[in-house]
Design a protein around this ligand. Sequence first.
Ligand code: SF4
Length: 394
Amino acid sequence: MKIAFPHMGNAYIPLKGLVEELGLEAVVPPRPSQVSLRRGALHSPEFVCLPFKVTLGDCMAALDQGADTLAMVCGMWACRFGYYGRIQHLILRDLGYEFESVLVGREEVEEVLAKLKGAVGRGWRRKLVRALAFFRAKARAVDELERMATWTRPREAVRGMADRVLGEYLAGVDAASTLGETRKRVEEARQAFRSIPLTGEPVARVRVVGELYVLLEPALNLDLVRRLAWNCRVEARPVLSTYRWLLHPVWLDPRLNLESYRARRKVRPYLPQVLGGEEHMTLAGALTARGDGFDGLIHALPLTCMPENICRTLLPDLCRKLDLPLLTLVFDEHTSTAGLDARLEAFTDLLVSRKGARRGIGNGPGREAFPHFLARGTQGIVSPRGRASPPQDF
Ligand code: SF4
């Protein structure tokens, strides 16, 4: 079995680990790009949400690379994600591709297990337990590396150092063949991140909430987190993570399910219904942003996303009450970097002004508190006060 799955951020690392630990071959398509997006969009219904188009392009690339099985997780039936796998596979078969489908969803458990048993052969239960442990360890490792990079990127003295470390150790985690080796790579990465010189300047922090795929796939959100870190020196933290997306549906980390339950309870006064997406995390993320030390909120969603468009109507009023600056970004295949940069720059200006004013620096916008902000756009800003203060997040 040559099994393939669409991309979403760095999720391919644990998924590949899982498949290979089962003794099967993983086919990883190239990273999503304008080419794969255009290819997917060409064969997708016009008004379907953007992740459908990108993941369809990924599936086509994987089949061209020789995959004979496509795996897809089916979500709840309330939002379109529940139909992704089925509709995409119908489209691909109409296009003449021949392959096996593995649709991991609520109704498919026995069917999925039967296919797995057939492919893995004797001892499939034992192999599955080992593979799941490996999958979890790699997902956690990827999550930790991404967190360290997110913290370091806006504070690094020379642009690109955090990403160099991230790339090196993600490759190390991908290549790790044991649990111990995976853990060792994370510890080494921790040391490497700690050795990166920092500017020592304060940075504004924003929480990014919204649709899962747009939050976690840089090719889709035009590299939002990195763009904010490099161009605006803002630490942008998505409220969702690859780790959460991978482990939550299979209950491999019950804390995630508990967190989800708590979030749903918290947002019930604002949204009593379940919409089928990550709407509870979006609203709960907004409600807790101030308490978690964030200066603003970015709501990112694909055009025509059903649950997030409902959140979009709720968030302005909620954020006004919370005194939390809000920026809404809607992505589709026509979104350009020029328009995005202008909006991020204006939003950062607002955040920095408010943050500076709260610190009582000057009467005006308070930008004096952020000298690096005044030098925004320059490559590798090294502050005269530059020093490597210990990261607080790792
Ligand atoms: S959450 Fe939104 S973008 Fe994602 S599948 Fe559902 S409707 Fe589409």
